[in-house]
Ligand binder design. Structure first.
Ligand code: FMN
Length: 290
């Protein structure tokens, strides 16, 4: 059974970070479907939840949306999906997992979207969703109709940052220990869920997820990019620990793909205690297949 109107693999392959949109408000019927979908989200795999709001322009208030501010990275978005968490709820993986479901849903509706973890003006979005001082916005999503022609700057962002490229399987997925590449035949029916992890979006396309298979367990590790959090750009812009959000996104792609092709399992905390290559890598969670 499909989770969306077509196979999830198609939706994941169709998605990319769209930074230029047609200046046309999202149809009210689509807006309603998005808000209905938000209502079904519930909690993430670690039990954390977030409140999501769709801010969408009506005919005359396109200007209002521009004032919300994305530092010029995004042009013409007629909607934003804003996720709000309570301070102290550190489950950013849950946030990534929940928001990515929204990404896949709007992709299925034919809309373009782009995760924004840094390049949005925090204060104006906080005001717009009436966030309390006890709340924070880890990231938002721009949404709208895809412009037929991307701007030059879109191409620059993508190529300049190598944002089109993905690491090969053998750099991401291992068997028993770090460095021992998991072959496609060893991955067997899990080859597809893993490939969908590889295609996941990540902040600055850093692809910080690593997976180690041990029998019926898939252990997920976060391999932090050296100096990424401390970089001056990130200190200036990033609102939260974006690489933990990346992990939640990867877990979402993995789990939804596995479930759609009939592979059952659940997320558990089960650190196998295997040797970690460096202090940048930390254990996140395990998919226990049944
Ligand atoms: C958590 C997160 C935060 C991101 N923040 C930004 C951002 O602030 N500005 C931006 O232009 N793109 C942002 N992106 C988009 C990434 O650059 C993009 O996903 C990555 O380069 C891969 O390209 P693709 O999404 O087209 O496959 C973010 C992505 C993620 C997952």
């Amino acid at each position: 059974m499909h989770l969306f109107s077509k196979p999830i693999e198609e939706i994941i392959r169709q998605r990319y970070s769209c930074r230029t949109y047609v200046k046309q408000p999202i149809h009210t019927d689509l807006q309603r479907r998005i808000t209905d979908y938000i209502a079904t989200l519930g909690a993430g795999p670690f039990g954390g939840s977030a409140r999501f709001e769709l801010i969408a322009a009506r005919d005359k208030d396109l200007k209002m949306l521009r004032q919300l501010g994305t530092y010029g990275f995004i042009k013409g978005a007629t909607g934003f999906l804003v996720g709000v968490m309570t301070n102290g709820e550190e489950d950013l993986e849950d946030f990534g997992w929940l928001m990515e479901r929204l990404v896949l849903y709007v992709t299925d509706l034919g809309l373009g979207s782009c995760w924004l973890g840094g390049t949005f003006t925090k204060r104006s979005f906080m005001q717009k969703v009436s966030a309390q001082s006890t709340e924070f916005i880890p990231a938002i999503l721009s949404v709208g109709y895809i412009a037929p022609k991307p701007r030059k700057v879109d191409r620059l962002i993508r190529r300049g940052g190598n944002f089109d490229r993905r690491l090969n399987h053998d750099r991401l997925f291992f068997i028993e220990r770090f460095g021992a590449a998991l072959t496609l035949s060893e991955a067997a029916e899990y080859a597809l869920p893993l490939e969908m992890v590889r295609l996941a979006p990540s902040a600055s396309n850093r692809q910080p997820w690593r997976v180690i298979r041990m029998n019926d367990r898939y252990h997920f590790y976060l391999r932090r990019t050296p100096g990424y959090r401390e970089s001056s750009l990130n200190r200036l812009f990033a609102k939260s620990d974006l690489q933990r959000i990346d992990m939640g996104i990867a877990m979402c792609h993995f789990e939804l793909t596995a479930r759609e092709i009939g592979l059952m399992g659940e997320w558990v905390k089960d650190d196998p205690g295997i040797e970690i290559p460096d202090e940048l890598s930390t254990y996140s969670a395990t998919w226990l297949s049944q």
